[in-house]
Design a protein around this ligand. Structure first.
Ligand SMILES: Cc1cc2nc3c(=O)[nH]c(=O)nc-3n(C[C@H](O)[C@H](O)[C@H](O)COP(=O)(O)O)c2cc1C
Length: 325
C-alpha cells in the first residue's frame, strides 16, 4: 500500500510471522529512508536478505536504475510489481531485479487468467498475487472475485507447466474466515490491505481510519471507478486499471452528472481542511481506498494482533469445516 505501508507496518507484520511490505510510489528518497528504518529494526535472514518486501508501481518509476541501486543496497526478501503499462514490461523489470538482487523473490500482482499465463511464461515469477475485484485501492476495471479466479488461474498454470509458481490471493480478505476460504481455493498465502488500514502502525490520516472503521456493507459503501484517479488532474494510470474507494461526495457528484472541473475544484478545496478532506463519518471528498471487506474491519489494532487473530481463526475454521465433513 504505497504511502500507507511504511517501515513500522512492514516490520510489525514480519515480526508477527508474515511478510511485511513497504509500498513505494514516486519518491525514492522516502523509500530509502523507510528501508533504512526496517534494516535497523530487523535481523537479516541467513542468506543476507532483509525479511520484508518492497512494492513497486513500474508505470510511475521513471528511473529504474535508481530503483535497482536501492534494491541492490537493501536486498529485500521480495519485490512486488503491480501496474506496468504493458504486461510485457514485467519481463524487463523481473530481469533487472534478479540481476540487482539475485536472492530476492519477484511477486507480480495480476487479475486475470490470461495475464497470469502470459506473465508466467515471460517472467517465471516466484509468486503471482491474484487480485479479485473486491480489493481495495487500485485494481482491474475488468475482473472477477477470487472465488472463481484463483482456482481457474491455478488450473491454467498447472496445465501450462507452471505449477511451481506460488499463488497468493488478494481482494476482500479481511478476517480468518475469508483467509481460510482463500487457502481452500488453493492459495499458498493471502494478502490483506484493507484490514491493515486499522493497524496502529499504518500511516493513515485519523479521519481516513475512522471512516474505514465506521463503514459497513462494503458492496454498497465502496465502489470501483476511474474517477478517483481524475480528481487531482488527468488520470495517469494505465487503461486497464481503476480503483475501489468508499463512496465519497466526489463520487456522488460524479454519479449525479456534475462536471469533472467542478468536482476537482471542490475536491481541492476539501483537501486543505483539517480533516484532510476525508470528512466526518467518511462523508468527505477525498478518496478513501478500501475493499468490500471494509465492513469486517471494526477496531483499531496492532498489526501483530491482527496477524495472530487471523491466523488462529484460519486454523479454527479449517478444523471446524474438516470435522463437519
Ligand atoms: C489503501 C490501499 C492502498 C493500496 N496501494 C497499493 C499499491 O501501492 N500497490 C499495489 O500493488 N497495491 C495496492 N493496493 C492493493 C493491494 O495490493 C491489494 O490488492 C488489496 O489491498 C487486497 O484487497 P483488500 O484491500 O480487500 O485486502 C492498495 C490497497 C489499499 C486498500
Amino acid at each position: 500500500m504505497g504511502g500507507f505501508a511504511t517501515a513500522p507496518l512492514a516490520v510489525a507484520v514480519t515480526r508477527a510471522g508474515g511478510l511485511g511490505y513497504i509500498g513505494a510510489v514516486f519518491d525514492l528518497d522516502e523509500l530509502s529512508t523507510q528501508l533504512t528504518k526496517a534494516s535497523q529494526a530487523l535481523t537479516r535472514l541467513d542468506n543476507g536478505l532483509l525479511p520484508i518486501g518492497v512494492g513497486l508501481l513500474p508505470f510511475v518509476l521513471s528511473n529504474p536504475e535508481a530503483v535497482m541501486a536501492l534494491l541492490e543496497r537493501f536486498k529485500p526478501a521480495a519485490v512486488w510489481l503491480f501496474a506496468a503499462k504493458e504486461l510485457s514490461d514485467y519481463a524487463h523489470w523481473t530481469q533487472k531485479i534478479r540481476s540487482a538482487t539475485p536472492g530476492s523473490q519477484v511477486w507480480i500482482q495480476l487479475g486475470s487468467v490470461t495475464a497470469a499465463l502470459e506473465v508466467a511464461e515471460q517472467c517465471s515469477p516466484d509468486v503471482l498475487c491474484i487480485q479479485g475485484i473486491d480489493a481495495g485501492g487500485h485494481g482491474f476495471e475488468k475482473g472477477a472475485g477470487i472465488i472463481s479466479l484463483l482456482p481457474e488461474v491455478a488450473d491454467a498454470l498447472a496445465g501450462a507447466g507452471h505449477s511451481g509458481i506460488q499463488l497468493v490471493a488478494a481482494g476482500g480478505i479481511s478476517d480468518g474466515r475469508s483467509a481460510a476460504a482463500a487457502f481452500a481455493l488453493g492459495a499458498q498465502g493471502v494478502v490483506m490491505g484493507t484490514r491493515f488500514l486499522s493497524a496502529t502502525e499504518t500511516q493513515v490520516h485519523p479521519a481516513y481510519r475512522q471512516a474505514v472503521l465506521a463503514a459497513r456493507d462494503g458492496g454498497q459503501t465502496t465502489t470501483r471507478a476511474k474517477l478517483f484517479d481524475e480528481l487531482r488532474g488527468p488520470n495517469i494510470w494505465p487503461g486497464a486499471y481503476d480503483g475501489r474507494s468508499l463512496v465519497t461526495e466526489s463520487f456522488t457528484d460524479y454519479a449525479a452528472g456534475v462536471g469533472i472541473e467542478e468536482i476537482r475544484r471542490l475536491h481541492a478545496e476539501a483537501l486543505s481542511a483539517k480533516d484532510g478532506g476525508f470528512g466526518e463519518g467518511g462523508r468527505g471528498r477525498a478518496t478513501i481506498w478500501a475493499g468490500t471487506g471494509v465492513g469486517l474491519v471494526r477496531e483499531e489494532q496492532q498489526a501483530g494482533q491482527i496477524m495472530e487473530e487471523v491466523r488462529a481463526k484460519v486454523i479454527e475454521v479449517l478444523e471446524k469445516v474438516r470435522a463437519s465433513l
